[in-house]
Each structure stands twice: as structure tokens, then as C-alpha cells.
Design a binder for this molecule. Structure first.
Ligand code: NAD
Length: 436
């Protein structure tokens, strides 16, 4: 099958490489010429485990190519996948300018019937608007299909190649048959494709992210209660998650959620609710709790030092919004670093992959260090912000010996308080009755 993927970000690149890996001919197009030049040089513009191999293999086989001419890429394609960004506007609604522009360019480039498949996360009804745009500019038949993407950064390749489910929103028989053929190699062991109307498909994506984010904010709310009443959120989490009706995932208290999806998708869903006259009150609370939680570590550090952070050196372990990615969009580490800097602290930070991305946002105000122990050297306090695997079992004695102060703030509850204390360090987690 000939496929054009428009937008080569986290979703477009993974999807393009994934479809190529199933034997399709894929062209990935982006208006960002630098990104395409990087890809053509054989470099990957983002960090995503396994993606370099997947791309390399398929480029070598000649099944995956990169282009800057979006209209030409759409020519001859039976499936055109829209995977451009849908960032938030100041009022929280999704900015659809990129997707509408991409749809128009694609429409002009079509050279025959095509399924135009929206993988970007878009508000309910966007498919209708895309259909209007394409109809105005295309000379051939087409169908606009909603096919939201559920991959998660850090494990995107696996998620894409082995999806829990594939949602197809369309009522066009030819488009449905095309998508069935496209996804057949992914659904061989079980039928994981759910076909529904386009609006329901669009909403399903927001519903999924909203539910996951709700679990996180719920746990953060409970964690703060644990601190107040002397309970341990880690015990509560295990007790809660072992109920089969609830399950163990997304029940971790911490420094709040960030990333390119949850914050923006929740705001967009709230906006959709408002426009429809149906306020989504649960989601409004989820966002409010998260905003509060992102300030939690800074507050704890401030409290510990009795409000005086001037000249204190604070080491941050982890910058990316979650492990496995270099994505810094809406990362809680940014909120923490800015708060500490505003209080006059000296901030030294490390991350296995996100330093270049973080440097762009925090510049020389933060000192970036590659090694985690070097980062902790001479620090008055250390805070874990991202739960990278390599931070899970550090040598606490070594840490205590290189630090100037003797206190750690575990923003992800990855450490055993007793083990930390044995090394002579004071421990402060989230919701563990250890708040300063
Ligand atoms: P991204 O910002 O990493 O990449 C988007 C790309 O689209 C950029 O390279 C940009 O240059 C390109 N682009 C913009 N306008 C274009 C145009 N007119 N023609 C061609 N290319 C254009 O975004 P992303 O993280 O890959 O997300 C893309 C969409 O997928 C968003 O709607 C997002 O909400 C959704 N999504 C993202 C994830 C994720 O984990 N990142 C997961 C599921 C869904």
C-alpha cells in the first residue's frame, strides 16, 4: 500500500516507520526542512527507544522516504495520515491551523481516491471540517477517517506495533476496508479494531487521556491527605491497585503530569464541554489539582529551608516529563526549576537524554551536568523529578558523601525511606507522612 504520513513528530515518525515495517511504501512529509534534512542524513530528531533501528531498517530497504513537499507526497497515496501537531491556544482549545493547512495541501496533491486519516488528536467535529476543506480543493474522491493514536512516548514503537486497540471512526465502506487492510498485520492474533462513527472516535481519544490523568490527580489529592493524616500513599496505592476492578496502572502520586498530551488534551476537552454547554467538572478539578501539584516539590524544599533558598544549591535528577523520552513539553521539572531560581537558589540538573531539550528552555540559568553523582556534588538538597530507571537504586552512601546538605526530596516515591535514612540522609516523599 502507498502511504503518506504528514508531520514527522513523535506520532508521524513512529507511525510512518511502523507502517513501512509491515511492507508498505511510506513517505513521511514535513514542512520543517531542517527535520527532513536530519532524517535524510540518517539521524533521528527525537529520542524514542528502538525508533532509530526501525527507521534505519526501512530506509535501507527503500520502503521509507522523507519529503518536504506535502502535496507531492500525497500524490499516488491510497492512505494519507495527518499527524501534525494540535497545540493549545491561549484559551485552552486545540489550535487546528496546522491540520487544516495540511488537509488543504493534501487535497490539492491527491491524484486519485484516498482515505485521509486523522491521527492527530482533534476535538469532536474536526473530521467534518477537514472533509469540507478537502472537498473544496480535491479533484478526486476521498473519505476522512478518524484514527486516534494511543502510543505513549518512551515506549512508542512497541505501542504502535502492538496496539491494545485500533479505533476507526468512519461510515464509508471503502475507507473502513482500506483501514482494515492497513492494520491487518497488526491485528493478526486478535481482532482489536473497533469501528465506530467519526465523532465517537474523536472523543474516545480525549476520554482515554482524561481517564488516565484523572487517576493521577486523584492519587495526588489522596497523597496530600496522607501527609496531613499520617498515612502512606504507597501502601494505599498497593491496596487500591490490587482490586482487579481498579488495576495498578496510573496510580502513582508525584509531582503532577506534564507532556505534550495530557495537559493540552484535558484543556481542549474542557473547552469542548463549555462550547457544548456541558461543563466537564471532573476534568476541571483534575487540571486544578495538577497545577497545584506541580508546585509541591518547590514548596517542600522552601519549607525545609525555612523559606530561605538564596545561595542554596539544589540538584535535580530528571528533567523530561517522564522516563524514556527527551520531551520537555509542560514538564513539571520546568515549574520546579523556575520556582527555585525565582527564590535565588542555584539549580544543577541532569537527565539521561533531555539535557539538550531542557537547555533550550532554561538556558544558562541552570547548570547541566551529565553524571548524576557529579550533579549532586556540593548540593544542599537533591530532588528526583523523573523516575528514570538509573535513579531507582543509587548508592546512598556515595550520595551522602558528595552532597553538602543531607536531604533528598523524592518527587516520584521511588526510594525506600528507611534505606535512604540509613545513609544519613533525610527523606521527603509525596504522601508518605514525610512532608517537611
Ligand atoms: P510534534 O509536534 O512532535 O510533530 C508535529 C509535526 O508536524 C512537526 O514536525 C511539524 O513540523 C509538522 N507540521 C506542522 N504543520 C504541518 C503541515 N502543514 N504539513 C506538514 N507537517 C506539518 O507532534 P506529536 O507529538 O507527534 O503529535 C502530533 C499529534 O498526535 C498531536 O495532535 C498529538 O496530540 C497527537 N498525539 C501525540 C502523542 C504523543 O505521545 N506525542 C500520542 C498520541 C497522539
Amino acid at each position: 500500500m502507498r502511504i503518506a504520513v504528514i508531520g514527522t513528530g513523535y506520532v508521524g515518525l513512529v507511525a510512518g516507520a511502523g507502517f513501512a515495517d509491515m511492507g508498505n511504501d511510506v513517505v513521511c512529509a514535513d514542512i520543517d526542512e531542517q527535520k527532513i534534512a536530519t532524517l535524510r542524513r540518517g539521524e533521528i530528531p527525537i529520542y524514542e527507544p528502538g525508533l532509530d533501528k526501525l527507521i534505519g531498517r526501512n530506509v535501507e530497504e527503500g520502503r521509507l522516504t522523507f519529503a518536504t513537499d506535502v502535496a507531492a507526497a500525497a500524490g499516488g497515496a491510497e492512505v494519507v495520515i495527518l499527524a501534525v501537531g494540535t497545540p493549545p491556544l491561549p484559551d485552552g482549545s486545540a489550535d487546528l491551523a496546522h491540520i487544516f493547512r495540511a488537509a488543504e495541501t493534501v487535497a490539492r496533491g491527491l491524484t486519485g481516491w484516498a482515505a485521509i486519516v486523522t491521527k492527530s488528536t482533534v476535538p469532536v467535529g474536526t473530521g467534518d471540517q477537514i472533509e469540507d476543506i478537502v472537498r473544496r480543493h480535491a479533484r478526486y474522491g476521498f473519505a476522512v477517517v478518524s484514527n486516534p493514536e494511543f502510543l505513549k512516548e518512551g515506549d512508542a514503537v512497541n505501542d504502535f506495533l502492538k496496539p491494545d486497540r485500533i479505533i476507526v471512526g468512519s461510515s464509508d465502506p471503502r475507507a473502513i476496508a482500506t483501514l482494515q487492510a492497513l492494520y491487518a498485520p497488526f491485528t493478526r492474533s486478535s481482532d482489536r479494531m473497533l469501528v465506530m462513527d467519526r465523532r465517537s472516535a474523536e472523543l474516545t481519544k480525549y476520554a482515554a487521556n482524561s481517564m488516565l490523568a484523572t487517576r493521577i490527580s486523584f492519587m495526588n489529592d489522596l497523597a496530600n491527605l496522607c501527609d496531613a493524616v499520617g498515612a502512606d500513599i504507597e501502601c494505599v496505592r498497593k491496596g487500591l491497585g490490587s482490586d482487579a476492578r481498579i488495576g495498578t496502572k496510573f496510580l502513582y502520586a508525584g509531582v503532577g503530569f506534564g507532556g505534550s498530551c495530557f495537559p493540552k488534551d484535558l484543556r481542549a476537552a474542557i473547552n469542548t464541554g463549555k462550547q457544548a454547554g456541558v461543563p466537564l467538572q471532573v476534568l476541571e478539578a483534575v487540571v486544578a489539582v495538577n497545577e497545584r501539584q506541580k508546585h509541591r516539590l518547590a514548596e517542600d524544599i522552601r519549607r525545609y529551608f525555612h523559606g530561605d533558598l538564596a545561595g542554596k544549591r539544589i540538584a535535580l535528577w530528571g528533567l523530561a516529563f517522564k522516563p524514556g523520552t527527551d520531551d520537555m513539553r509542560e514538564a513539571p521539572a520546568l515549574v520546579l526549576a523556575e520556582a527555585l531560581l525565582a527564590d535565588g537558589a542555584e539549580v544543577v540538573a541532569t537527565d539521561p537524554v533531555a539535557i539538550p531539550a531542557a537547555r533550550k528552555l532554561l538556558d544558562e540559568r541552570v547548570r547541566f551536568v551529565e553524571s548524576s553523582y557529579a550533579c549532586a556534588e556540593g548540593a544542599d538538597a537533591l530532588a528526583v523529578v523523573t523516575e528514570w530507571r538509573e535513579y531507582r537504586r543509587p548508592n546512598f552512601e556515595r550520595l551522602a558523601s558528595v552532597m553538602r546538605g543531607q536531604v533528598v526530596f523524592d518527587g516520584r516515591n521511588i526510594w525506600e525511606p528507611a534505606e535512604v535514612r540509613k545513609a544519613g540522609l533525610a527523606y521527603h516523599g509525596i504522601g508518605r507522612g514525610t512532608r517537611p
